[in-house]
Design a protein. Structure first.
Length: 619
C-alpha cells in the first residue's frame, strides 16, 4: 500500500510541537532535517510510530526524521504545504553575497552573449564609418545599418528579462512582457531623460514622504538598464510561483498571469524604478563633481568606476554631462575605456568557446561598445573586471593631467581619434589604459585548468580508459537471490555498520557497504533505472533487476553542501548500464566543508531478501 504523503506530514506537525515550534525544514536523500525552537516539545517515540517513518535522531542541531529515498521528497513537499515553511537547505554552505549576485548577473547574460557581442561589434563599426566617411551618417544605408546594429541594445531590457525569467524559474513570456513594458513607446526614452518626462498620478496626486511622492509615477523608460529589469523579473517569478500554489486550478490559467503582470508593473514603476532613478541622480551628481576634481584624482575615480556604472545601466546618462561641457563652450573631458583585460583573456585562454567570445568582445570594446566585454567576460571572471577598472583609472588620470578633450560626445575608444584634440597623446592614453589592464590580466589572472580544451580532451580520454578498467574489475559488494551489486567507485570497502553515520550504521535504510573513494566518479553498480536524484545532488537511487533498490549516498552530512561539488550525469527515469558514469563529485570540496567523503552503497529493500551478503562475503 502506497504511503499517504499528506497524512504523514499532517501527523508529524503536532508531534513536533506544532507549526510555531518549527524554524526551518530541509531534506536530503533519505531524511527530513528540521530545526526547531524547543526540542523538549518533540514527541520522539510517537513520531517513530507514524506510518512512513523509519527512525529519528538528533545531530548538529537538527532533528532528523528518516523516511527513505524516493519518498522523503514527497513527504517534504506536503510538509511545507502543511506548515507554510519555505524550502531551505539546513546549514547550507553558501558563497559570499557579492559573488552570488555577480554569478546571477553572469547566468542572465551568458545565453544572450551572441546577441550583444554581434550588436556591439556592429555598432562600433557603423559609428566609426559614420565619422570617417563624409555624408555617410546622413545616408539611407547608415540608417538601415544603425537600426540593425542597435536593436539588441534598444530592447536590451526585453532580452535581459527573458533570460532572467529563465534563471529565476518564471514564465519566459511574462518576463518578456515586463521587459517590453519597461521600454514601451509611451514612455520617455531613458537615454533622453534630460528632455523631461510626464507623470502618471495613479492615486490622486499621491502622498509625499520626504523627497518621494507615493502614487506619482514618472513615465520614464529603462532603455539600456540591467539591474532594475533583473530585480523586477525576480519579484515577478517569485510572485508567479506563489500564486500557482495558492490559486485554485480552475482559475489559475488567467488569474495568475494577470495578477503577476499587474502587481509587478506597479512595483516596478512605483518602487524599483524610482529607487533606481534616485541612484542615477546621485551617481550623475557625483560624476559631475569627480570629472573636474583637481590633480586628476576625480578623473581616475571615474575611469575606475565606469565599468560598474555599465553594469548598473547608468553609463548612457554620461552623455548628459558630456553634452553640458560642450554646451558651455569647452571640450568634453575624455573618460577612457580599458578593453585590454578582455583582450588578455582572449589571448591567454585555452578554451575555444571563451576565446570566441573574448576576442570579438575586446574588438567591440575598442570601438566603444563595452557591454559584451564586461558582461560576457570580465564580470564573470572577476579579476579581469578589477584589472579593467585599474587600467581605466590610470588612463583617465593621464588624460586629465595631459589636458585631453574631445569636440563631440558619444564617441569612444578608437573612433575617438576622429574627435580628440590631441591624437598622439590620446594614442598614448589608450596604450596606457589598455596596456595596464592587459598586463595585469595576462600575468595575474589564471584560468582554471578544467577550462583548457587540450587538458579537457586528454583528461576525458584518460578518464574514459580508467573508467572502463575500473568497471571491468569492480568487485561485488552486495549480493542476494535478486542479483549482484558491484562497487560504484574504487576504494577501501567497509561494512555498513562501520559507516560514521548512526542511521546508515544501524541498517535503518538497508544493508550495504561504505567505500572510502579513490576516484571522484560514481559508476552504475548494475543495469537499471534511475529512480531518484537528490535535489542537493549528492545521492542517487537506482532500481535494478528483481526490483533491487540501491541508494548511493556520497559523503556523510554532505546535504549541508547544498549541491556544491556534485554534478549528476543522469536524471530520474534514465536507463543506465553497469559501469556508466552517473555522478561526479569533488573530494577536495567535501574535505573543505569538513565532511567525510565515504560513499554509502545500500540495498534499501534488503529486508525483502533472506540471503543478503555484503563486502568480501558477497563475491
Amino acid at each position: 500500500m502506497a504511503l499517504d504523503y499528506r497524512k504523514c506530514a499532517e501527523e508529524l506537525v503536532p508531534l513536533l510541537g506544532g507549526k510555531e515550534n518549527l524554524i526551518s525544514a530541509a531534506h536530503c536523500a533519505t531524511r527530513l532535517r528540521l530545526v526547531v525552537a524547543d526540542n523538549s516539545k518533540i514527541d520522539q517515540k510517537a513520531i517513530e510510530n507514524v506510518e512512513g517513518v523509519k527512525g529519528t535522531f538528533q545531530s548538529n542541531g537538527q532533528f532528523q526524521i528518516i523516511i527513505g529515498t524516493g519518498t522523503v521528497n514527497k513527504v517534504y513537499d506536503e510538509f511545507l504545504a502543511v506548515t507554510g515553511l519555505t524550502a531551505a537547505a539546513a546549514a547550507a554552505a553558501k558563497a559570499p553575497v557579492w559573488r552570488r549576485m555577480l554569478k546571477t548577473v553572469g547566468d542572465v547574460f551568458v545565453p544572450i552573449l551572441p546577441a550583444i557581442v554581434a550588436s556591439g561589434l556592429m555598432m562600433g563599426i557603423v559609428e566609426a564609418l559614420g565619422h570617417a566617411i563624409p555624408g555617410f551618417s546622413d545616408s539611407d544605408w547608415y540608417g538601415f545599418l544603425d537600426l540593425v546594429s542597435n536593436t539588441a541594445f534598444t530592447f536590451l531590457p526585453v532580452i535581459v528579462a527573458i533570460s532572467a525569467a529563465r534563471v529565476f524559474g518564471g514564465n519566459l513570456f511574462l518576463g518578456a512582457v515586463i521587459g517590453l513594458m519597461m521600454v514601451h513607446p509611451s514612455l520617455t526614452n531613458g537615454w533622453n531623460a534630460a528632455d523631461g518626462y510626464d507623470v502618471w498620478y495613479l492615486f490622486g496626486h499621491g502622498l509625499k514622504i520626504g523627497s518621494y511622492t507615493f502614487g506619482q509615477v514618472n513615465q520614464l523608460g529603462y532603455q539600456g538598464h540591467v539591474i532594475p529589469v533583473i530585480i523586477a523579473v525576480y519579484f515577478m517569478s517569485k510572485l508567479e510561483k506563489w500564486l500557482h500554489k495558492h490559486v485554485p486550478e480552475i482559475i489559475d490559467l488567467f488569474v495568475t498571469p494577470l495578477t503577476t503582470v499587474f502587481v509587478t508593473a506597479l512595483l516596478t514603476f512605483m518602487i524599483i524604478g524610482p529607487i533606481f532613478s534616485t541612484a542615477e541622480t546621485y551617481v550623475l551628481t557625483g560624476a559631475k563633481w569627480l570629472i573636474t576634481a583637481g590633480y586628476g584624482i576625480g578623473a581616475a575615480a571615474m575611469g575606475a568606476i565606469y565599468p560598474i556604472t555599465v553594469v548598473m545601466g547608468l553609463h548612457h546618462m554620461y552623455n548628459v554631462i558630456e553634452a553640458g561641457m560642450l554646451a558651455e563652450g569647452g571640450l568634453n573631458i575624455w573618460m577612457p575605456l580599458a578593453f585590454g583585460a578582455c583582450l588578455a583573456v582572449g589571448v591567454k585562454t585555452r578554451n575555444a568557446k571563451r576565446r570566441s567570445v573574448a576576442i570579438p568582445s575586446a574588438l567591440s570594446a575598442s570601438l566603444g561598445i563595452t557591454e559584451p566585454a564586461i558582461f560576457g567576460v570580465n564580470l564573470r571572471l572577476y579579476k579581469p573586471f578589477v584589472f579593467g577598472m585599474i587600467g581605466g583609472a590610470v588612463g583617465a588620470l593621464f588624460g586629465s593631467l595631459s589636458g585631453l578633450g574631445a569636440t563631440a560626445y558619444g564617441v569612444t575608444g578608437i573612433p575617438g581619434l576622429l574627435t580628440i584634440d590631441n591624437i598622439p597623446v590620446y594614442l598614448v592614453l589608450l596604450a596606457i589604459s589598455g596596456g595596464i589592464a592587459f598586463a595585469l590580466t595576462f600575468f595575474f589572472w589564471h584560468e582554471d585548468p578544467e577550462d583548457n580544451d587540450k587538458y579537457l580532451a586528454e583528461k576525458a580520454a584518460n578518464e574514459e580508459k580508467a573508467l572502463k578498467e575500473e568497471a571491468e574489475h569492480a568487485p561485488v559488494v552486495i549480493s542476494s537471490s535478486a542479483g549482484k551489486i558491484y562497487a560504484p567507485v574504487s576504494g577501501k570497502i567497509v561494512p555498513y555498520t562501520e559507516i560514521p553515520d548512526a542511521t546508515f550504521a544501524a541498517g535503518t535504510l538497508g544493508e550495504g557497504v561504505g567505500i572510502e573513494p579513490d576516484t571522484e566518479i560514481i559508476l552504475a553498480p548494475y543495469d537499471g533505472t534511475i529512480s531518484s536524484v537528490a535535489e542537493t545532488k549528492h545521492a542517487i537511487g537506482i532500481t535494478g533487476e528483481n526490483d533491487q533498490e540501491v541508494l548511493i549516498h556520497v559523503g556523510i552530512d554532505t546535504v549541508q553542501m547544498n549541491g556544491d561539488g556534485f554534478t549528476p550525469l543522469v536524471k530520474e527515469d534514465d536507463q543506465v548500464k553497469k559501469g556508466q558514469p552517473i555522478l561526479r563529485f569533488s573530494k577536495e570540496k567535501i574535505a573543505k566543508a569538513g565532511h567525510s567523503d565515504m560513499v554509502c552503497v545500500l540495498l534499501t529493500n534488503s529486508d525483502d531478501y533472506e540471503d543478503v551478503k555484503i563486502g568480501a562475503d558477497a563475491e
